[in-house]
Design a protein around this ligand. Structure first.
Ligand SMILES: Nc1ncnc2c1ncn2[C@@H]1O[C@H](COP(=O)(O)OP(=O)(O)OP(=O)(O)O)[C@@H](O)[C@H]1O
Length: 307
């Protein structure tokens, strides 16, 4: 059986901007793959090419074994699409919208069940424009799923949702994947990728910079626990590095956010807090723990993921 998505050497330019720059990716069926990267990394462009909305400048793309640019009419009934920012006629009611989309599918899911599962039952008669941002997102997700697609593309599916709604969506996506649906989503949220994905593909500047399961990625790039803390921005990290034993490195990874690279011991924690005290600074939110995907990204690019 063909892969859910297979991309080789994908290039897409917008004038002088190279949005996607030779990207390769292979996603097996019945898996959940998260494209993780900062703004402008090329995630949406990649997904829109897979959906057939954009044409690549170079490279090959196969979705369920089909070429989205050429075989769009065969592909469309088999995929679900949740674009970034949704979009619907402002006056249409939530349930009406979902029933309209369901009417286009050969064997749709029950719209009432889907609304209930996504916590939208009480808003089913609410016009689209009066739904909250998170409700609009969930309705858009329902529209992507109602046609029982084999593969869904979700562009930042939980952006703007509160934690409770996000959890509903995560549970639904996990259940879908369990039922054999393939899910490709984009996200800025490291926690979302870590919680849901079988495979995480970290994208930056239109290219894949790392990929693997969340546990493999964090294990591959991190042997030890890390120490991080918050304090006022602009501390002299060279001086703090000098106060620590050789081999440790302190960086201010975001304004007021500090990370100490190297094996964490009680002595290191004590040196850091004592040094801060000498500067008259309180080290807040002191945290010792395994590296996460955010730190893997920082390590690979020297930049924060959430920029
Ligand atoms: N239609 C367009 N015209 C011109 N430039 C574009 C267009 N679409 C995307 N770009 C540019 O291509 C690059 C990649 O954008 P893209 O939206 O694919 O990134 P992204 O990773 O999805 O970012 P975000 O997380 O903000 O959605 C950016 O520099 C963006 O400004």
């Amino acid at each position: 059986m063909s892969a859910a998505v297979e991309i080789t050497g994908l290039v897409k330019r917008f004038g002088a901007v190279t949005a996607v720059d030779g990207l390769d990716l292979k996603m097996p069926r019945a898996s959940l793959l998260a494209l993780l990267g900062p703004n402008g990394a090329g995630k949406t462009t990649t997904v829109e090419i897979c959906e057939g909305f954009l044409r690549p400048d170079a490279g090959t793309v196969r979705v369920l074994g089909l070429d989205p640019a050429r075989d769009g009419s065969a592909l469309r009934p088999r995929i679900g699409v949740m674009p970034q920012g949704g979009g619907a006629y402002p006056g249409v009611r939530a349930e009406e919208m979902l029933r309209l989309v369901a009417a286009c599918a050969a064997s749709p899911l029950d719209p009432a069940w889907l609304l209930d599962t996504l916590g939208l039952a009480s808003a089913k008669r609410t016009p689209y424009k009066r739904l909250s941002g998170g409700q609009q997102q969930r309705l858009s997700l329902a529209c992507a799923l109602v046609g029982r697609p084999e593969l869904v593309f979700l562009d930042e599916p939980t952006a703007g949702m509160d934690p409770q709604a996000r959890r509903l969506v995560w549970d639904l996506l996990t259940a879908l994947r369990g039922d054999g649906v393939s899910v490709l989503l984009t996200t800025h949220l490291m926690e979302e990728a870590e919680t849901l994905a079988d495979e995480v593909v970290i994208v930056d500047d239109g290219n894949v910079i790392a990929q693997g399961s969340p546990s493999a990625l964090t294990a591959e790039h991190a042997e030890d626990a890390q120490l991080r803390f918050k304090a006022r921005p602009g501390l002299n990290t060279d001086l703090l590095t000098a106060a620590l034993p050789e081999g440790y490195l302190v960086r201010e990874s975001s304004p007021g956010g500090y990370r100490v690279a190297g094996l964490v011991s009680p002595q290191v924690v004590s040196t850091v807090t004592a040094w801060c005290a000498q500067q008259g600074v309180l080290a807040e939110e002191l945290h010792v723990g395994k590296r996460d995907l955010e730190e893997v990204f920082l390590e690979l690019t020297g930049r924060e993921l959430r920029t």
